[in-house]
Design a binder for this molecule. Structure first.
Ligand SMILES: [Zn+2]
Ligand SMILES: [Zn+2]
Length: 330
């Protein structure tokens, strides 16, 4: 049996025995974290990055090809997901790479995004950036010529929908945010750029997701007016935690991701069961996904799962990240 299949089967057993996701013990009054009259809260966020996430990935031999495929699949999936959100009245927090707001961009004297400082070459669990310039893959054209790298049309589409979604932040160019890589200069410049662009759209960025779970620079986030992050230290049904910086940490419960060795029905039952467990244990259910998900997942698994959330709406409240932080701070 292949290792990945073995892992997927083991995970099924852990799930069946309620060992996963981990249900955090707490002696706190759940009403501090769950609004009346509900028993649970569900937060769904999307890491909205198009081609920007995979261009330095170590998972394939040709990262640029994968990056562009991810971007184009995202274009195919987003309208379908938005239709489902309207149908079931469920909002999503779109943690958006800032470059996607741009209609176009161009190099100045041969330098792309000349106003932004660059990270030094680095390697982490997922990416290897060991040569050239950070923006080498940027086509410096526009969204009709290179639709995987820009998405102002999709952002407009998200904002035009019946359900009020949130546009959050995922840095300007999908950088590694760890404190050990950058003293905060690059991080701050990327965030300021996103905030400036979003302001022109009439948007205030409140919710942040670190690319590749590279958690860092929480003080800077707070100074820049952001209020929450999402972390991935192991899937859990828990309560959020407020850091000294003032930033709220939302702890990840489960990723919408496709495991080929699991049946479609098992995927669906598993997500429904996570929703049931959140309600039963009165916890915050933090779901997340990449909108570049396989078409099969978007077409066959997402509809019944969101439908189930809607069916349980008297017990579990679906909110955006900033909407939920507004409740916590009220
Ligand atoms: Zn650009
Ligand atoms: Zn990302």
């Amino acid at each position: 049996m292949k290792l990945s299949k073995l892992k997927a089967n083991l995970n099924k057993i852990k799930f069946a025995f309620n060992l996963y996701p981990y249900i955090q013990r707490s002696f706190e009054d759940y009403r501090r974290y769950i609004p009346q009259p509900y028993n649970a809260v569900c937060l769904i966020s999307a890491d909205f990055e198009m081609a920007w996430a995979s261009r330095y990935t170590k998972s394939v031999a040709n990262p640029l090809t994968k990056a562009i495929e991810d971007g184009l699949r995202t274009r195919r999936n987003v309208p379908i997901i938005l239709d489902l959100c309207d149908r079931f009245n469920i909002p999503i927090t779109w943690a958006t790479v800032g470059h996607l707001f741009l209609e176009s961009c161009s190099a100045i004297e041969g330098v792309k995004h000349h106003d932004l400082p660059r990270l030094p070459h680095f390697e982490n669990e997922y990416w290897k950036f060991d040569k050239g310039d950070w923006f080498d893959c940027d086509p410096c054209s526009d969204y009709s010529a290179d639709p995987a790298w820009y998405a102002p049309d999709l952002i407009r589409y998200i904002l035009s929908r019946e359900v009020k979604h949130e546009i959050g932040c995922h840095t300007f160019s999908h950088i590694d945010c760890r404190d050990s890589i950058d003293d905060g200069t690059v991080f701050q410049a990327e965030l300021e750029k996103c905030i400036e662009i979003a302001a022109k759209w009439g948007l205030e960025l409140k919710s942040f997701v670190h690319p590749g779970h590279t958690i860092g620079h929480l003080d800077k986030l707070a100074q820049l007016g952001l209020t929450s992050i999402r972390t991935d230290y192991g899937d859990t049904l828990a309560f959020p935690v407020k850091h000294i910086s003032g930033i709220w940490e939302l702890k990840n419960t489960s990723e919408f991701s496709y495991r080929p060795s699991w049946s479609i029905d098992y995927h669906i039952e598993r997500y429904k069961s996570i929703i049931d467990r959140a309600i039963k244990h009165k916890r915050v259910c933090v779901l997340w996904f990449h909108p570049s998900l396989p078409e099969l997942f978007v077409d066959k698994i997402v509809p019944p799962v969101l439908g189930y959330l809607a069916k349980k709406r008297d017990e579990i409240l679906s909110m955006t990240h900033s909407g939920y932080i507004g409740f916590l701070e009220s």
